[in-house]
Design a protein around this ligand. Structure first.
Ligand SMILES: C[S@@+](CC[C@H](N)C(=O)[O-])C[C@H]1O[C@@H](n2cnc3c(N)ncnc32)[C@H](O)[C@@H]1O
Length: 245
């Protein structure tokens, strides 16, 4: 590793926010497809995804994108295979959840778990299969009541810090779309990313950001990456931030 590739433990010193930060690039994620999709997964992406996809025009009246009209709208960024998103949709029928994911294999798993061949699609779920930042830019002010960013890609190398979803440059945009008092849940198991988040949250005033918990709060459904982290002996941290104002 050279000057741009510090060890995880050196991350804070190297990435200090007092140093100039490169702005995030337009594309944050790596690949949009992994292993080959099975025929059923291809069919789900071609036929079922369009029925659940949020139309950008629906951003003007977001609650009306759900049937019945949602009492409030929540957004999950990087929902992976959708375990957490689908648990929320089942537990909270009155809310509208937008689950955002750029990875086709994750979306295919989520669609498969819905068993759309036999079960009606949930009216309180919409999918966004582009970069979640594009959606955030589209949304009207205060249109979200809750945001979830759970185990985002950590990009632990310092030279990749600009690719981290939770980045000082994005915080004002996130704050704009969350209504005052809205909850923002964040979790990560990566020590470099944990240190990064501590630093990013300490340097801002848009959100109340108490120290993270080391145990998942009871009403947070688990995620696949959390299970992987725990099985590998890594210690996740769980932040509950609140939009100030
Ligand atoms: C490490 S996985 C975690 C998945 C899930 N949250 C979990 O905990 O199991 C991070 C996910 O975020 C997705 N992702 C990364 N950047 C994104 C972006 N800008 N918009 C939407 N999804 C994104 C990736 O494709 C990946 O599936």
């Amino acid at each position: 590793m050279g000057a741009h590739g510090p060890r995880a433990g050196a991350a804070l010193r190297v990435q200090s926010l007092s140093a100039p930060l490169k702005p995030p690039p337009d594309r944050l994620y790596g690949r949009a497809r992994g292993h080959a999709l099975r025929p059923r997964q291809e069919r789900l992406l071609a036929e079922v995804l369009p029925r659940l996809r949020l139309d950008p025009a629906q951003a003007a009246d977001l609650a009306a994108a759900f049937a019945p009209r949602a009492a409030e709208v929540w957004l999950e960024v990087g929902c992976g295979s959708g375990e957490h998103a689908l648990a929320l949709v089942a537990r909270h029928p009155g809310i509208g959840l937008i689950a955002s994911e750029v990875f086709a294999n994750g979306l295919a798993s989520l669609l498969g778990a819905l068993a759309p061949e036999t079960v009606p699609l949930p009216g309180n779920l919409r999918l966004w299969d582009e970069d979640a930042r594009a959606l955030i830019r589209l949304l009207r002010a205060s249109s979200l009541s809750r945001l979830f960013v759970l185990f985002p890609d950590p990009w632990p190398k310092a030279r990749h810090a600009k690719r981290r979803f939770i980045h000082p440059a994005l915080l004002p945009e996130i704050a704009r779309v969350l209504r005052p008092g809205a909850e923002w849940r964040v979790a990560t198991d990566d020590p470099t990313h944990q240190a990064w988040l501590e630093e990013v949250f300490a340097a801002q005033t848009l959100f109340a950001a108490p120290p993270p918990a080391t145990r998942r709060p009871d009403d947070w459904p688990p995620t696949r990456y959390e299970a992987k982290a725990l099985a590998a002996g890594r210690q996740p941290r769980y932040w509950t931030l609140r939009r100030a104002g």
